[in-house]
Design a protein around this ligand. Structure first.
Ligand SMILES: Cc1cc2nc3c(=O)[nH]c(=O)nc-3n(C[C@H](O)[C@H](O)[C@H](O)COP(=O)(O)O)c2cc1C
Length: 365
């Protein structure tokens, strides 16, 4: 049998076989019973795509303008901490791979390459910066100024982590950042996630992140930067409405890959009502559970303007650094292109909401 890796699943199988136990545990774990983690994929599988025929799908084009920038595809890389545990080139490799495909790269606060290193490595990639607000507001401000100076095009404020989710695997493994690695955006004690009893990351977050975070902090953020603000981790219509009302540029429907509140809805389940409420006012993006081009199509049909993915990127990175990430993106893009052609869609505007239905409508037949 050939060892050729042809699907995202193949890359996942390779990574599962290869990564050290503690790293794999950190990359794959969800909170508590991991119910939301599993639902992120299953909820996509409960949706069916109804294709249209005879609509001339020649010269397909998926480009779209997002926060003022034209991108080639509505697919990007979600913020994800500590890429160097997968490959020594870390976030620099992932950002370069995103650029090769004209995709957006979101750089995480808790990255192992710094804001500036990624900017230098991937000058042509459209980069957004994911922000955690630290108790130390001056330090938070410094991160924002560094992202602005380095040419990042938006701030993605993660709001679903005032405390960290309970990830039993990390607790069992006493997860910490391997001692030869550092968090690239910081120096001294803020750059290490030390070994401790339980998850070292949870201890880091508890001591440094702002637990008192409220919407006033989002207003504060707006007051100190001109970058567009994307609020990541929104699952309710009420919060999406507040974000739109206070002038955020986009909401990012996400349950953090099932890593925060267990039994929260799958992102794709939460999406339609949020799009209905705010989709005509601000952009709505989505991540969690995207593994196939058909998933991308479903999310776009239900109103997301862009989708992002995290775990598959880590599998590609583990396999072969930048090249591996390029390959994984290529697989998803190719599957999406195939889905577009087979559904009679030449551009994103051709995707219609009623082309995606819940499987339950068929059980009544
Ligand atoms: C290993 C790992 C680390 C992550 N780190 C961050 C982070 O630092 N900041 C953040 O906002 N989200 C983080 N996320 C959540 C992702 O941005 C994203 O919401 C989610 O993982 C997408 O789901 P997917 O992995 O199914 O594609 C992380 C996810 C994973 C798997």
């Amino acid at each position: 049998m050939s060892n050729k890796l042809v699907s995202v699943k193949d890359y996942e199988i390779y990574a599962v076989k290869t990564l050290p136990k503690t790293v794999l545990g950190y990359y794959t774990s969800g909170a508590c019973e991991e119910y939301t983690l599993s639902q992120n994929k299953q909820a996509f599988n409960r949706l069916r795509i109804i294709p249209r025929m005879l609509r001339n799908v020649c010269n397909r084009d998926y480009s779209v303008t997002v926060l003022g920038n034209r991108v080639r595809i509505p697919i990007g890389i979600s913020p994800c901490a500590m890429h160097k545990m997968a490959h020594e080139d870390g976030e620099c490799a992932s950002a370069k791979a995103a650029g090769k495909h004209g995709a957006i790269f979101i750089h995480a606060t808790l990255s192992t390459c710094s804001i500036e290193e990624v900017a230098r490595a991937a000058p042509d990639t459209i980069k957004w910066f994911q922000l955690y607000i630290y108790k130390d507001k001056e330090m938070t401000k410094t991160l924002i100024r560094r992202a602005e100076r380095a040419g990042y095009k938006a701030l993605v404020l993660t709001v679903d982590a005032p405390v960290f989710g309970i990830r039993y695997i990390d607790i069992k493994n006493n997860f910490s950042l391997p001692s030869h690695l550092r968090l690239g955006n910081f120096t001294e004690e803020k750059s290490v996630i030390s070994k401790s009893d339980g998850s070292g990351l949870t201890n880091y977050v508890t001591s440094l992140f702002e637990e008192k975070l409220v919407w006033e902090d989002v207003k504060w953020l707006k007051s100190i930067t001109n970058l567009p603000i994307v609020v990541k981790g929104i699952l309710s219509v009420a919060d999406a409405k507040i974000a739109a009302d206070i002038g955020c540029h986009a909401v990012f429907v996400s349950n953090h890959g099932g890593r925060q509140l267990d039994t929260a809805p799958a992102s794709i389940e939460a999406l339609p009502s949020i799009v209905k409420e705010v989709g005509h006012r601000i952009d709505v993006y989505l991540d969690c559970g995207i593994r196939h081009g058909t998933d991308v199509f479903k999310a776009l049909a239900l109103g997301a303007k862009m989708v992002f993915l995290a775990q598959p990127i880590l599998w590609g990175l583990t396999y072969d650094g930048q090249k591996g990430v390029e390959d994984v993106l290529e697989i998803i893009i190719n599957e999406f292109d195939n889905t577009m052609a087979l559904t009679g869609c030449r551009t994103l505007a051709d995707i219609e909401k009623d082309m995606v239905v819940h499987e339950s409508i068929y059980s009544k037949l």
